[in-house]
Structures are given as C-alpha cells and as structure tokens.
Write a protein that binds this ligand. Structure first.
Ligand SMILES: Cc1cc2nc3c(=O)[nH]c(=O)nc-3n(C[C@H](O)[C@H](O)[C@H](O)COP(=O)(O)OP(=O)(O)OC[C@H]3O[C@@H](n4cnc5c(N)ncnc54)[C@H](O)[C@@H]3O)c2cc1C
Length: 508
C-alpha cells in the first residue's frame, strides 16, 4: 500500500499505515440505513463519526486515503514535530548567550529529526486507527465516496443509504501553473515530510502560516532558505505589526525574503532548479535545490458526485448556511471543504455544530450557528503569532470603531529573563467599552496564551475581568494583565483622578 507523502517505507510509516490504512482492510457489509454517513476521515470526519456513534447512532465513515487526514499525516502533527526539533537547533545555536560552551561542535542529524517525526506521528495515529473506530461501533469504509442520490453514497460498488450525511473532505495544496515547475519538481505539505535529506538551498513559495513555519524550520536545520511572497508582507491574515516582528526575526536569522514577488518560471539547470521571480522593476533569479510550494489550499469538492445529492459548491468550497447545512437539508459540511477557518480546532468545532443541528435541533430551536464561534489561530514560528477575533483591518471593514491597547514583551520581566522580548500583545475593544473584539499575541508560546482571550470573548467577559485576574509572576502571560491595567487607566477621567487625589490627601 502506498499513499502520497508517506515515504520512506520504514517501520514508522508501516506502523502508521497499520493504523490509518491497514493493508489487509476489508470493508464491512453496509447496513440497510445509516443514521449518519460521514465522507472523509480527517479531523472533521473523525469527530463527527465518533460523536454520533457515542450517542448510539449507526454510523459509517468513508475515507479514500489515510484516516486522520491532513492534520495527522501531512499537516499539524508532522509539522509541529519538526518545528520542535528546529527550536532545539536554534536554542543550541544560541546557547552561548546562556553561558553554554562547546555547542558549536554539535551538528544536526536531519534523517534523525524526520525519523523522530515519523515515530511520533505513527504513535499519535493510534487514536485515529481503523481498529479503534471499529471498536467504537463505526463501519469504516476505505475507498472513494460518490454521491449517487440525495440520500445515498457509493463506495467500491457498495451503496450506503443514510438519514443524514456530513461531508468532511478537507482540502489540498494549490500548485500554481508556472512554466517549468512540474518538470523541475517541487514538494508540498503532502511530500515535504517524506524528505530524508536536507536540501542545502530551499525556495519557499508562499508567506502564509505553512510557508513561514516550514521556511524557518528548514533554515534552522541548516538549509539556505529564500522565501518568495506575492503579497507585501508575511501572514496576510494577521496584524501587520505581527508580520513586522516575524520579518525582523527571519532576516536576523538569515532567511532571504522577497515581497511583491511572483514566480514566473523555473528553469532546470543540470540537476538543480533555478527560479525566475518577477519583482518590482524586473526579474530575480533564485538558485535552489528544492522548491516548497505553499501558496494556499483548495477544497476537495470535485468528483464527489455532489450534483446527484443536490449539494451546491464552488471553487471556494461547499455552500452551507450558518447552521452548516448544505443545499440538501439532510447533508451538512464541516472543516476545510467549507470556505471558512482552515484549522483542526475549527474543523472539530464545526463538526459539533453539524451533529447538534442534524440530530438534536427541532426546527429553528436549538440550532447552533457557525457565526457564534470564537476561533483563535496560531502560526507556530519563533516567536509564535496567535490571534482571535477581529484584526484592525477587519474592524475597519466592518465599520466597528475600536480602542486598541498594546504592550511590548520587553516590558515583561519573564520575557526579559527568557531572552524572548521580540513580541507584543494587542487587544482591540469596541470603542468606549470594555468588550474585547480582537487580540494578537506574538510571543514564544503565544498559542498557549491566546486561550485566555478566547475564553474572555466566548464568555463575554470584559477588560475589567482581565485586569482583575491574578496571573503568576513571573510569566509572559502577565502581558495580558498589563493590558487590563492600561484599560483601567484609560477609564480614569480627570474628574475621577481629582476625586481619588482628594480622598488620599484626607487619609491620616
Ligand atoms: C502543513 C500544515 C500544517 C498545519 N498545521 C496546523 C496547526 O498547527 N493547527 C491547526 O489547527 N491546523 C493546522 N493545519 C490545518 C489542518 O490540518 C486542517 O485544518 C485540518 O486537517 C482540516 O480537517 P478536515 O477534516 O476538514 O480535512 P482533512 O484533514 O483534509 O481530511 C479530509 C479527508 O477527506 C478525505 N476525502 C476527500 N475526498 C474524499 C472522498 N471523495 N471520499 C472519501 N474520502 C475523501 C481525504 O482523503 C482526507 O483524509 C495545517 C495544515 C497543513 C497543510
């Protein structure tokens, strides 16, 4: 059994396949009618199937490639495993600053980094295994799902009729139609984790989260990395200030950055590709040994027979209403196949909405809405960039007036002690109120810190609640407490200040 991006054929990948696509798998005989059929066995599909089976439903799950989907096999899990190794490499390179000596003799063993990743991925793959799903009462079908009618799907010549269906077919990397790119060869997130040798020079096309994370990781491993970004900055969906911090960090580490740059063509010189990039005022040539394409994602909607099910879709994804119901009222959709947030935790949250709305709502009562979700996200670079709610630009576009509170990490003791002052926290509130509408954190572990603001926003707590919350000293998350203090100070009108002064002066 081969699967895209699952090389080399070693014991770790064999262990992973044994979980997520057992070579000797036989599909079961289908039930006469399923309560729920789930198409796609990534995060969204697994959460849907496990949730519905746990509630006593008869559930079938169809997966055409690997259970666990992108997150386990080609996304979050392998990327975060190698990012961790990259952080260690960086720490060793900078260990001198902390009084360590002799570290310059240490070298990075790239095959060992990748073997560690494959071992950990196989281990985590146990949770998503066909065997575990079967033990939970789920009928697992490995094969391509095709809708043949509004209430039935076909897999490998077998028909699966259903009362409800959740489509969770995810997405795939977009590869631009650039002359010479296919001939020169490139990797995407589906093949980069199969590398066993470090490319001496790597060209990364795309400055979004995937491009940024992998560019920095490979640079820290020792590749000479050049990042080509069509837009004017990195991480276009985040605050410009966050992108600035990352830009500074990347340049300081030695990553070559090209903004406003478009890949025009690739010429293959003997064995190594040469990238011709259009920049303002002309063309630039970039020599590279490998090319990583990370220019965006496209939803998997074609070839599913969605027309037969009466489910509308476009190149942006499956059309749904705010309840995640498609144009076929018995069919719902969640995760990356919907034009929404492309994150594992978003796929999970969306699926819970689908299950609730598909089975437990009575007409309009009890129906959950996508628009009510507060979904944070993090790019796991060093420093991490985490965000929740509106950016300044999004607030402007929506006509929401805001007050902004900002604090730099260089004023936070723990960040100084950790040597991690390259970052900041910024909170936007609805103008003149304490209601938080957005937050950006740039810090070593911003992803761990943003949950506090997500909780604040989900629970409709305020800046005063944040200011009242006692944070441990010394922690980097104290930066949030400082923003709470800033808010309190901003409320101190001259009249109130005069009153307080008067009270203090009269105390004996
Ligand atoms: C490199 C990278 C790093 C990432 N890092 C993070 C991160 O750190 N944090 C985070 O939150 N998100 C991260 N993501 C995003 C995350 O992986 C996705 O948001 C998540 O996997 C979406 O889950 P899903 O179930 O919607 O889709 P997928 O995981 O893509 O699963 C869809 C499944 O459907 C199957 N399928 C498709 N068509 C059919 C069909 N016709 N029949 C049967 N099966 C079908 C596919 O084979 C696939 O297994 C990352 C993504 C990438 C690429």
């Amino acid at each position: 059994m081969t699967a895209p991006g699952l090389l080399p054929a070693d014991e770790h990948n064999a262990a992973l396949l044994a979980h997520v696509r057992p070579p000797d798998w036989k599909n079961p005989s289908p039930e006469a009618l399923y309560d729920l059929v789930v198409v796609g066995g990534g995060t969204a599909g697994l959460v849907a199937a496990v949730g519905a089976a746990g509630l006593g439903g008869k559930v079938a799950l169809v997966e055409r490639n690997l259970l666990g989907g992108d997150c386990l096999n080609y996304g979050c899990v392998p990327s975060k495993a190698i990012l961790r190794a990259a952080r260690t490499a960086y720490d060793v390179q900078h260990a001198n600053e902390f009084g360590m000596r002799g570290t310059s003799a240490m070298t990075l063993d790239f095959p060992a980094v990748m073997a560690r990743m494959r071992r950990l991925r196989a281990d985590i793959g146990r949770h998503d295994s066909a065997q575990r799903l079967t033990s939970l009462g789920i009928d697992v079908f490995l094969g391509e799902a095709n809708f043949v009618a509004p209430q039935s799907i076909e897999v490998d010549g077998q028909t699966l009729p259903y009362k409800r269906c959740i489509i969770a077919t995810g997405g795939r990397p977009v590869v631009p139609d650039v002359p010479g790119l296919a001939e020169a060869g490139y990797v995407t997130n589906e093949s980069v984790f199969s590398l066993t040798e470090l490319p001496p020079r790597l060209a990364v096309i795309g400055g979004g989260p995937i491009g940024c994370e992998l560019a920095q990781a490979f640079h820290r491993f020792g590749s000479r990395v050049t990042l080509v970004q069509r837009g004017k900055r990195l991480l276009p969906k985040d605050e410009p200030e966050a992108a600035e911090v990352l830009d500074r960090q990347f340049r300081q580490e030695g990553i070559e950055l090209h903004y406003g740059a478009t890949l025009l063509r690739v010429e293959s010189m003997a064995t190594t590709p040469r990238l011709i990039v259009g920049v303002s005022g002309g063309e630039r040539t970039i020599e590279a040994d490998a090319i990583l394409v990370a220019v965006g994602r496209a939803p998997n909607v074609a070839g599913l027979g969605l027309e037969a099910a009466g489910v509308k879709y476009s190149h942006r994804g499956i059309e749904t209403n705010d309840h995640l119901q498609t144009t076929n009222p018995r069919v719902y959709a969640a995760g990356d196949c919907v034009d929404s947030y492309l994150f594992t935790h978003a796929a999970d949250a969306m699926t819970r909405i689908c299950t609730q709305n598909a089975f437990f709502s009575l007409g309009p009562f009890g129906r959950k809405r996508l628009s009510n979700l507060v979904i944070p996200w993090t790019t796991y670079t060093g420093p991490e960039v985490a965000h929740v709610g509106l950016t300044r630009e999004a607030a402007e576009q929506q006509g929401i007036a805001i007050d902004t509170y900002r604090e730099d990490l260089r004023r936070v003791d723990r960040a100084i002690l950790d040597g991690e002052t390259n970052g900041f926290a910024m909170i936007h509130c609805r103008r003149g109120t304490s209601r938080v509408v957005g937050c950006t954190l740039v810090a070593g572990h911003a992803g761990e810190m943003i949950g506090e603001i997500a909780l604040l926003m989900t629970s409709r707590l305020t800046m005063s609640d944040l200011a009242r919350t006692i944070h441990c000293y010394p922690t980097q998350v104290e930066v949030l407490k400082r923003l709470g203090d800033q808010y309190n100070k901003s409320r101190l009108t001259p009249r109130m200040a005069a009153l307080l002064k008067w009270v203090i002066a009269r105390r004996r």
